[in-house]
Design a protein around this ligand. Structure first.
Ligand SMILES: [Cu+2]
Length: 482
């Protein structure tokens, strides 16, 4: 890829896209594929009327390449993307992250997928005897649709408080996605790219009254687990990824759905409108006149936790012999090293006037909330207040391990895999993890950075909620690795 063009395609509805310029051809809304060790060497060209950044979510990158919110590319400006893909094979993604405009730009379509592969990853496909086309890489988003037309992003104060929820699923940008697959194993790498919606992913057999079709969890944010985990449902919050295998033999169509659940959005009333100085300086992406819904037009939305159809697998071709057994071992995960020192305690709170807070403070772009020594091992204790919302917390630059959960709400606790209260997705390497109201999580972090010249000196990163309305609502902090 020579250039990654960031452009608006529809000034009325405010839709945007990434275009990969490969020299000989251009690919709109690309899914990028790299092998571990490959180099990215491209120019980002911002053709939006707003500042933007390109954040490669989950990758180990230097501050200069991280695309963080404090490092925007102005309208008409360019920036070099130059880094080595150092991470394990897995599904990563890239999205806009300019402070104050993230929710609007991601909702507009500025979210793409990056699949990183390696020999172990290919060996798994061989072991599953995957038919051509049976490995699918999908971004799951939601949008508001009325009379068959996508509505532009125009959050109310209540949307800013709870998050922007649509009424239909978009799968790789398409409504009503029906994906042809062959009988046998299907491997799905799924990213939740919704602004705010949590998904409780399950599969249903369309021919058998929606009977549950079990599946195996193969991997999470940072690649494969040590061993597959048999499941019937899994939580996937904003920015989290799962890699699953599902045997569709004997089925004609399998529906992927988000099951209804109580997401425990609790507030003491009130609403929250975002107030960003930067938003005064640049126009919205959609035509200003239709940003507010016209009088009399109410677009029904499905709140967080409502059941929603995601996509359908249409199983074609002749049924084949029984598919091979899943391998019992998928990968070797590094041991989680829990530091002996006192945990770093981080509180998640909400204040009716100040909004969403990390350690009692809203985001300030010029602030470094805390510093961590390069190479340090730390334990972070993340505690969400009882009257709160689920917050999918994302750490830039570093994968981490979940050690323990306490106070997890019922529907999630029912999925716990061991006495530590960990969920199936907690068994892998994570970069985003949901913290439910009244829940406390303990994470093990390793702040080692690569030796390359690019990582010399102080490196600043972000820690924030990936409910994008909360993120734009200042639920974000900068920290430094020194
Ligand atoms: Cu949040």
């Amino acid at each position: 890829m020579r250039r990654l063009i960031v452009e608006r395609t529809d000034a009325f509805l405010g839709r945007c896209r990434y275009v990969a310029d490969l020299g000989a051809q251009r690919i709109a809304s690309p899914t990028l594929v790299a092998r571990r060790g490959d180099r990215m060497d491209a120019i980002v060209e911002n053709r939006l009327p707003q500042p933007t950044t390109v954040h490669f979510h989950g990758l180990t990158l230097s501050e200069a390449q991280d695309g963080a919110g404090f490092d925007a590319i102005g309208p008409g400006a360019t920036r070099a993307l130059r880094f080595e893909v150092k991470n394990r094979a897995g599904l990563y993604w890239f999205h806009a992250h300019p402070h104050g405009f993230t929710a609007e730009q991601v909702h507009a379509g500025l979210a793409g997928l990056l699949v990183v592969t390696d020999d172990e990853d290919h060996a798994l496909d061989t072991a599953l005897a995957l038919a051509p086309g049976n490995r699918l890489v999908l971004a799951l988003a939601d949008a508001r649709v009325a009379q068959g037309v996508l509505r532009p992003y125009a959050p109310s104060a209540l949307d800013c408080l709870h998050g922007w929820f649509g009424n239909r699923a978009l799968v790789n940008g398409a409504l009503d996605a029906r994906l042809p697959v062959a009988s046998g194993w299907v491997r799905l790498q799924l990213a939740n790219t919704c602004n705010a919606r949590g998904l409780l992913l399950a599969f249903q057999d369309g021919e058998r009254d929606g009977a549950s079709v079990p599946f195996f969890l193969l991997g999470t944010d940072g690649g494969l687990l040590a061993a597959p985990v048999p499941l019937e449902r899994v939580f996937l919050y904003s920015a989290e990824r799962v890699d699953v295998a599902i045997d569709v033999s004997g089925c004609r169509n399998v529906a992927a759905v988000s099951m209804p659940f109580d997401p425990r959005h609790q507030t003491r009333g009130g609403s929250l409108a975002h107030r960003h100085p930067a938003r005064e300086q640049y126009p919205p992406l959609a035509a200003a006149g239709i940003c507010a819904a016209p009088a009399g037009e109410a677009v029904d939305t499905l709140p967080d936790g409502a059941g929603i159809a995601l996509f359908t697998l249409n199983v074609g071709g002749a049924a084949r012999a029984a598919p091979p057994q899943l391998p019992s071992k998928l990968s070797t995960l590094p041991e989680a090293v829990a530091a002996d020192a006192t945990p770093r305690r981080i509180r998640l709170d909400f204040d009716e006037r100040a909004g969403f807070l990390i350690d009692q403070a809203p985001y300030r772009a010029d602030e470094i909330a805390f510093s961590v020594a390069r190479g340090a091992h730390e334990v972070w204790e993340l505690r969400n207040s009882p009257i709160s919302m689920p917050h999918p917390m994302h750490l830039h630059g570093f994968g981490f391990r979940v050690l323990r959960r306490r106070g997890t709400f019922g529907p999630a606790r029912a999925l716990a895999v061991d006495g530590s209260g960990r969920l199936p997705t907690d068994l892998g390497i994570k970069d985003t993890v949901v913290v439910w109201p009244n829940e406390t999580l303990w994470l093990a972090l390793d702040f080692a950075l690569p030796e390359d010249a690019a990582f010399r000196g102080r490196q600043r990163y972000m820690f924030h909620c990936h409910n994008l309305e909360h993120e734009d609502g200042m639920m974000m902090r900068n920290f430094a690795v020194t």
